[in-house]
Design a binder for this molecule. Structure first.
Ligand code: IMP
Length: 192
């Protein structure tokens, strides 16, 4: 069965393929000839995920899903949250986003944070939602070269390595997106 994943992020695509790629063929919008950037202007992760999945579904009519993830930092009242990609600037620059976050947390001892992912699946105009969370803390000096985004400064709870120091397999086993994708996978399997 073909399923369209609303992403152009190769890291995310590979993470998703490792979880649901055995049973389903994951196709990106580009492979369908859809090249436009899908807007992510909503106020919540859930609204963004639903908007992106519906946007694609309206164009191709196939089973579509989209995810939206935010890094929620306790001491910053949940920021950057839904604005995680464009925290420092409109450029979606991970290095600058991390620098800004480290600066905002300067002198603050509560470093608790969590990644939260919402996956929205659209089948025949019906939306289903799946959530995954990963708790951890923010460190001051980036470490590791795997992954993407805020991975080099995120230390998962109970770990001494950042997400960027874990292999993609190790990250997938514990990550917010891994958890949400496994819920999606179980749901899709139950429909076969
Ligand atoms: P997206 O809208 O789901 O792509 O996520 C928004 C932003 O959150 C991304 O641009 C990254 O900066 C960050 N992000 C999402 N997922 C991860 C992750 O697994 N690790 C680190 N940062 C992430």
């Amino acid at each position: 069965m073909d399923i369209i994943f609303a992403t152009s992020n190769l890291h995310k695509l590979n993470e998703a393929k490792a979880i649901i790629g055995d049973l389903f063929s994951l196709i990106t919008p580009r492979e369908l000839g859809i090249y436009e950037d899908i807007p992510e202007d909503e106020d919540t992760l859930q609204e963004n995920a639903i908007f992106k999945a519906r946007y694609l579904w309206e164009r191709c009519g196939k089973v579509c899903f989209a995810d939206d993830t935010g890094l929620e930092v306790d001491a910053l009242g949940g920021a950057p949250g839904v604005r995680s990609a464009r925290y420092a600037s409109d450029e979606c620059d991970s290095r600058r986003n991390m620098q800004k976050l480290i600066k905002e947390l300067n002198g603050i001892s509560n470093r608790k944070a969590r990644f939260r992912t919402i996956v929205a699946l659209v089948i025949d105009d019906k939306v289903s939602l799946f959530e995954g969370q990963l708790k951890g803390s923010i460190i001051n000096s980036p470490s590791g070269s795997e992954g993407f985004g805020y991975d080099p400064i995120f230390l998962p709870e109970g770990y001494t390595k950042t997400l960027a120091e874990l292999t993609s397999h190790e990250k997938n086993l514990i990550s917010h997106r891994g958890i949400a994708m496994r819920k999606l996978s179980d749901f899709l399997k139950s429909m076969l």
